[in-house]
Design a protein. Structure first.
Length: 433
């Protein structure tokens, strides 16, 4: 991923130095287990551990790979340069490359998950804070982009909080599903390596043994992991789209914080654009771009092929680095979001009481008017608001058929804004406990 959309901690997980360090630990722990089982001499296992402080030379490994055309062999050759060829002869005993590659990938994904969960926690904390801050800040709810009925800004934040909380739960489950390792040898039969070696390596590296692997860890696990990242990204876009709408000039119910010295346009000095949430929409597309390839990786030939390998070398870093950056960007947007309650009220009142139409409809039916006639009476007065700029309550009070069923006081009562917010506390208890 390009540096512009990267954070150092996540980038470090995917660096060659980190990868080779994990490869080394897998091989060293495997040697320990083999020595404990009497398969290799203890002295050879100890010799491998004497390289624990070595800084592996990435350029040297690349140089060897240019000849061998095999990355794991290149690494093992470089390791032998530090350990000594005699002491290193039992390294990788009974193992196959996928034992190292797949176990390493899952370790990296687990570590990436921990950073992503921290980012989600920051987003959730920001959403919760803003939800309680604006629990009673009334704004218009919209369906199809059109005014519907009143809601509150707090409920909007709470809705996004609940959605992101579900995403966090999914990520916790995906992290657990990907937390497996395999040291089972060629085609996964343990023919040349004891299953206890796998158990030892997994325990040392915080993994659980893959119950059954072929020569690779099954890729349905990875498909679920990347699908989860895609869902989280989509939820983030859901929030970003709402903020982008609110920042439209003719709406302006909220806007991204505009910092001193910030410029909105190279041509128009007046501009204050929702650039961060537009960026988040684009980043969400990049994360979702990994989902279909990850699903297509599930179907591999027989016990192994490497059609998944090139895909995962790209989507592993790109999807996690992008989502990590996006989560912290979203958190910053929510934390600093500028909210305009007065504009929310002004927008809601733009159509002069029209948003109370359902209350009048229900009152008419409860007063004995058929639903069909009630709808007709309310709609004909509502259309005068749309088409002539009339005041909805005034039109209702002047409609003889309406006043035959409802008294002026009853009509007046239907325009009480508090009616629409009376269950906000109930919803908040459901969301926040």
């Amino acid at each position: 991923m390009i540096p512009r959309y990267s954070r150092p901690d996540m980038v470090a997980i995917w660096s060659p130095e980190t990868k080779f360090r994990i490869w080394y630990e897998i091989e060293a722990h495997a040697c320990d287990a083999q020595a404990d089982l009497g398969v290799i001499p203890r002295a050879n296992a100890d010799a491998v551990w004497r390289a624990k402080d070595v800084e592996f030379d990435v350029a040297r490994i690349d140089e060897i790979e240019a000849v061998t055309k095999h990355d794991v062999i290149a690494f093992l050759t470089h390791l032998a340069e530090h350990v000594g060829s005699d002491d290193a002869r039992f390294v990788h005993q009974g193992m196959t490359s996928s034992d190292v590659l797949d176990t390493t990938l899952n370790i990296q994904l687990v570590r990436a998950s921990d950073l992503l969960l921290a980012g989600m926690d920051r987003v959730l904390a920001a959403l919760k804070t803003r939800a309680f801050e604006h629990k009673d800040t009334v704004r218009i709810g919209r369906s199809h982009g059109i005014h519907a009925e009143p809601t509150t800004m707090g409920l909007t934040f709470a809705r996004f909080y609940a959605e992101m909380a579900r995403g966090r739960d999914r990520l916790v489950a995906a992290r657990e599903e990907i937390r497996t390792g395999a040291i089972s040898g060629a085609v996964g039969t343990f023919a040349n390596i004891d299953p206890r070696v796998e158990e030892h390596v997994c325990e040392k590296l915080g993994l659980i043994p893959e119950p059954i692997s072929t020569q690779v860890i099954p890729r349905d696990r990875h498909a679920m992991f990347f699908a989860t990242l895609g869902v989280i990204a989509s939820s983030m876009e859901n929030i970003a789209i709402e903020i982008r709408h609110m920042q439209r000039t003719e709406v302006l119910e909220a806007e991204e914080f505009f910092s001193p010295g910030q410029k909105g346009s190279s041509a128009m000095p007046h501009k204050r654009n929702p650039v961060l949430t537009e960026n988040l929409t684009g980043l969400a597309r990049l994360v979702r771009m990994a989902v279909i390839p990850a699903m297509e990786n599930v179907a591999l030939w027989h016990e192994r092929d490497i059609s998944h390998s090139s895909v995962e070398r790209a989507i592993g870093p790109d999807a996690t680095i992008t989502l990590d950056f996006a989560l912290h960007r979203l958190a910053g947007v929510v934390e600093k979001l500028v909210v305009y309650p007065e504009n929310m009220l002004a927008n809601m009142n733009k159509f002069r009481g029209l948003v109370m139409s359902q209350r009048v409809l229900l009152a008419l039916t409860q007063a004995g008017v058929s639903r069909e006639d009630s709808y007709r009476l309310v709609q004909r007065n509502a259309m005068k608001v749309w088409e002539q700029g009339a005041d909805f309550k005034t039109e209702l009070l002047g409609d003889a058929e309406v006043t035959a069923a409802l008294s002026p006081a009853e009509i007046e009562e239907k325009f009480d804004l508090g009616y629409h917010t009376k269950h906000v506390d109930t919803i908040f208890k459901r969301v926040f406990g």
